[in-house]
Design a protein around this ligand. Structure first.
Ligand code: MG
Length: 234
């Protein structure tokens, strides 16, 4: 592969926000007497709030939720989430992004989130290492992950082919989206899921942390350089 670009998911890859989302969801469901575990939150990451609520209603009550119930539970969840502190960064993610910038590899963020405050934080923290114009957010797409649309749009914005890019994800549905877009997809298991959840979703590689990701990307970029040298020696 001639690696030209890396597309990062945001929640659980850039920001350590999943523990906060998990707590907020469990508390919100508890308010209406429905059991929901943090593990389920991680498995559902990337689904819309309405779909998450409806699926759990079918499991728990044996019936679908009404639009009113969906709105009410999501409102409660958002309320809990907003009371929590802003999430920190995933350990060593800035090193990975800076390394790619220094290596001349294009970068972007492809997220199902549309939270402008979070996107503003990306700009504040990473500055020119990410450009807002290249990002894909909830507002840009019709179909969210696991549909390939967000990552296909990322490829278009970056001007690269699927075979020239890597997707970095932490969630099964995000992994599915990356693979459906035809992109080599690396899962970094930053949360509480078991490795097999990410493997079953189709991840090409499952890593434990961002230091391993940096090493893996360095190796891929090293191969780029070798490929460039070879023709000259003939
Ligand atoms: Mg994620």
């Amino acid at each position: 592969m001639n690696l030209k670009a890396v597309m990062f998911d945001m929640d659980g890859v850039i920001f350590n926000s999943m523990p906060l989302h998990a707590k907020a969801w469990v508390k919100a469901f508890a308010e209406v007497g429905v059991d929901f575990t943090e593990y389920q939150v991680y498995l559902n990451e990337g689904r819309t709030g309405a779909d998450t609520i409806d699926e759990q209603f079918v499991k728990f009550f044996g019936r679908h939720s009404t639009p009113d119930e969906q709105q009410e539970i999501y409102r409660i969840k958002s309320g809990f989430f907003r009371q929590m502190p802003a999430p920190g960064l995933i350990d060593n993610i800035t090193d990975v992004v800076r390394f790619l910038a220094d290596s001349g590899i294009a970068r972007t963020i492809v997220t199902g989130s549309g939270e402008s405050s979070t996107l503003d934080r990306v700009e504040r923290i990473f500055g020119p290492m990410f450009s807002r114009e290249l990002m894909v957010t909830a507002r840009d797409v019709k179909h969210g992950k696991p549909n390939p649309e967000p990552y296909l749009m990322g490829l278009r914005k970056l001007g690269v082919q699927p075979g020239e890019a890597v997707v970095v994800e932490n969630a099964p549905l995000g992994v599915k989206a990356g693979r459906a877009a035809g992109v080599f997809t690396i899962a970094v298991n930053t949360g509480i899921l078991s490795r097999s959840d990410l493997e079953a979703a189709g991840a090409n590689l499952v890593l434990d942390n961002m230091l391993q990701l940096k090493d893996t990307l360095a190796e891929m970029i090293g191969k780029n350089e070798n490929d460039k040298i070879k023709p000259d020696t003939n």
